[in-house]
Write a protein of this length. Structure first.
Length: 179
């Protein structure tokens, strides 16, 4: 019998000083059995750091045609394609052509992620950022995640301060371009 996804609830207070975004979010994140906690955390952080009207999680790992996070305008057109982890270059290429903006967030070694894109033709690769989180930051944050979570995410000058259920962690978000 196939395992079902585990639902995680996140009550998030988001304060992104860099972008002037201040929101209280109630998010239900379904974690597929094959999805790591690190991937789920990165997906949550990508959602918060990209937050704007029209943002949504896709079906996650099981959604083969959609990115982990996407933004749609009022007409339903995809305006931002946000991948998580180490997506295949073809997904990024397709997303960059389809949406006005694309980005990749990773919890993995950014050098290894970038190496897999070397020599690949990715549409507007020079405009696509790869954001990475420090391994110690990810490990500490993942250790604090439960099924029901109270989270504060504060962003100042790409320094991310996170409190998950009373555990405080912070990191500077690494940024490189794919091309």
């Amino acid at each position: 019998m196939a395992q079902s996804a585990t639902l995680h609830n996140f009550s998030v207070q988001l304060a992104d000083v860099d972008r002037g975004v201040y929101q209280d979010l109630e998010l239900r994140v379904a974690r597929h059995p094959s999805e790591t906690a690190e991937y789920m955390l990165t997906r949550l952080l990508a959602y918060c750091l990209e937050y704007e009207d029209g943002i949504a999680f896709s079906e996650g790992i099981s959604a083969t045609d959609d990115p982990a996070v996407l933004v749609r305008d009022l007409t339903g057109r995809i305006t931002a394609w946000i991948e998580v982890g180490a997506p295949d270059w073809e997904r990024i290429h397709r997303g960059s052509k389809l949406a006005g903006r694309a980005a990749v967030y990773t919890h993995r070694d950014p050098e290894k992620v970038l190496a897999q894109y070397a020599g690949k033709r990715i549409h507007r690769a020079e405009t696509i950022p790869l954001y990475s989180f420090d391994r110690d930051f990810v490990d500490a944050a993942v250790a604090a995640i439960d099924r029901r979570n109270t989270v504060t995410v504060s962003v100042t000058e790409r320094q991310v301060f996170v409190d998950i259920n009373g555990t405080h962690v912070s990191t500077v978000v690494g940024e490189r371009m794919l091309g």
